[in-house]
Design a protein around this ligand. Structure first.
Ligand code: NAD
Length: 442
């Protein structure tokens, strides 16, 4: 078992993993439903198919990604051939969240394995059925000394963090991200932190309003709003606010019917702790659509909230649920006051047909990634890096970049012996004038 240097072995284990995730796909879909009623359609689109596609892409490209790459040499080293070698970090810890508990656990694991690492995965304890399937699939696929799942809650996570790792890949909340960063600092362990934030969704008066409403409703209420890149709040131009709210209401009804609680397409809040956190954000007098709650079933309806107070509870931190505050703006200065009040978000969305407005928003604000005229779909392009900036995260992954995340890059100069220019060697005597002239031209 030499996963460190044997790329064929890594590929074989990934093929085995692919077969096992396909065999167990229905069980996974069921587990996701049992954990928080994730609809089967969403489970396939955002979890199982995503993992299968990531595995196929990695299996197809692993040899190309792992190969040492020639880079253009420096003239200072003439004659040489220069290379970039990728080596696995060693022992990698992956800590996963509960909201996409399958995909966000397996995708980093796949890339860490592809890059030749030994991996320990700690899934979220809040989605126990999915965690159990993950443990079963991994135990069936890998030797325990190569890849292992350690299930458990905060104490297990803290125990793992107290050990020495060569890389830590964490997906979760900002406060826990800080705990991970502190633990990693003890051994100077490199980290990726995939965190969250308050994602603005700006809609101007030139936007295709009906389509914008449809795309925002989909991106906000998929997974019952429990998506790190879901729009957190809407900032709509004041003169079109009423019309836009009308379209949003229509789109919610079109998607989930008059009684979303009966819709098979709407997930539940993961547990009563999160249900209570979200329920406490609802101020009934501000609700303009939805607002129904059912604690026994961890249900909160898709809800629109007319908000103007940045100090209200809902505008304090990331919402992470099916509550959508709608704020309005009159000028770009108003947008600036609101967006700049928060830490750099993981995503930002702008709906407009005015290209210079879109360009200005994209260039003015710092955020992880986003879309013009859509929500959350930037996640699906493997050629785009996915990750936050500032408080929304450190590092990015997806596609070939994920392989690089889990690889240390070694720069190697292979010097030829047929020529040895003497300029660099002491004694320097009066070479200073010549070297200055030469360096000027290089
Ligand atoms: P969380 O931070 O509470 O938990 C994530 C993981 O950390 C879990 O495995 C948990 O067991 C562990 N953990 C929790 N508390 C800990 C502690 N004190 N010490 C050590 N480990 C601890 O996050 P969550 O509730 O599972 O997920 C929701 C958050 O994750 C949201 O903020 C969301 O934006 C973010 N998220 C980010 C991404 C992304 O890709 N950037 C994706 C999904 C979720």
């Amino acid at each position: 078992m030499n996963y460190k240097t044997n790329i064929d072995y890594r590929k074989e284990t990934l093929i085995k993993l692919l077969n096992n995730v396909i065999i167990h796909e229905n069980e996974i879909i069921q587990a996701l439903y049992d954990d928080f009623k994730k609809p089967a359609f969403e489970a396939v689109l955002t979890e199982t198919n995503y993992v299968i596609s990531e595995l196929k892409d990695t299996i197809k490209n692993i040899h190309r990604w792992a190969k040492p790459k020639k880079v253009f040499p420096s003239i200072l080293n003439f004659p040489s051939t220069d290379y970039l070698y990728k080596e696995p970090y060693g022992k990698v810890l992956v800590i996963a969240p509960w909201n996409y508990p399958y995909q966000l656990a397996l995708c980093p694991l796949v890339s860490a394995v592809a890059a030749g690492n030994q991996v320990v995965l700690k899934p979220s304890e809040l989605t126990p059925k999915t965690s159990a399937i993950l443990a079963k699939i991994i135990a069936k696929t890998f030797h325990i000394n190569h890849v292992e799942v350690i299930e458990g809650g905060v104490d297990v996570s803290q125990n793992l963090l107290s050990q020495r790792w060569d890389y830590i890949f964490f997906t979760g909340s900002v406060p826990v991200g800080k705990i991970v960063a502190k633990s990693a600092a003890v051994n100077l362990t490199p980290i990726t932190l995939e965190l969250g934030g308050k994602n603005p969704c700006i809609v101007d008066e030139t936007a295709h309003l009906k389509l914008a409403a449809k795309r925002i409703v989909w991106g906000k209420f998929i997974n019952a709003g429990q998506t790190c890149i879901a729009p957190d709040y809407i900032l709509v131009k004041k003169e079109i606010k009423d019309q836009f709210v009308h379209y949003l209401k229509n789109e919610i009804t079109a998607a989930y019917g008059n009684k979303p609680q009966d819709s098979p397409d709407f997930a539940r809040i993961v547990n009563s702790k999160n249900w209570n956190r979200l329920a406490s954000m609802i101020e009934p007098e501000k609700v303009i659509f939805g607002g129904d709650t059912d604690e026994a079933n961890c249900y909160i309806a898709p809800t629109l909230i007319d908000e103007s107070n940045l100090d209200s509870l809902i505008m304090k931190d990331e919402i992470f649920g099916p509550l959508l505050p709608i704020l309005s703006y009159e000028s770009e200065a108003d947008i600036h006051v609101i967006v700049s009040k928060y830490e750099k978000p993981l995503s930002l969305y702008v709906f407009t047909t005015n290209n210079s407005f879109a360009k200005n928003i994209i260039q003015t604000y710092s955020f992880g990634g986003g879309c013009i005229n859509d929500t959350i779909v930037h996640f699906s392009n493997k050629r785009l890096p996915f990750g936050g900036v500032g408080h929304s995260g450190i590092g990015a992954y997806h596609g070939s970049l994920s392989f690089d995340v889990f690889s240390h890059k070694k720069g190697i100069v292979k010097k030829a012996n047929w020529l040895d220019l003497t300029m660099r060697y002491a004694p320097y005597n009066n070479k200073l004038v010549t070297i200055k002239k030469l360096l000027k031209w290089m």
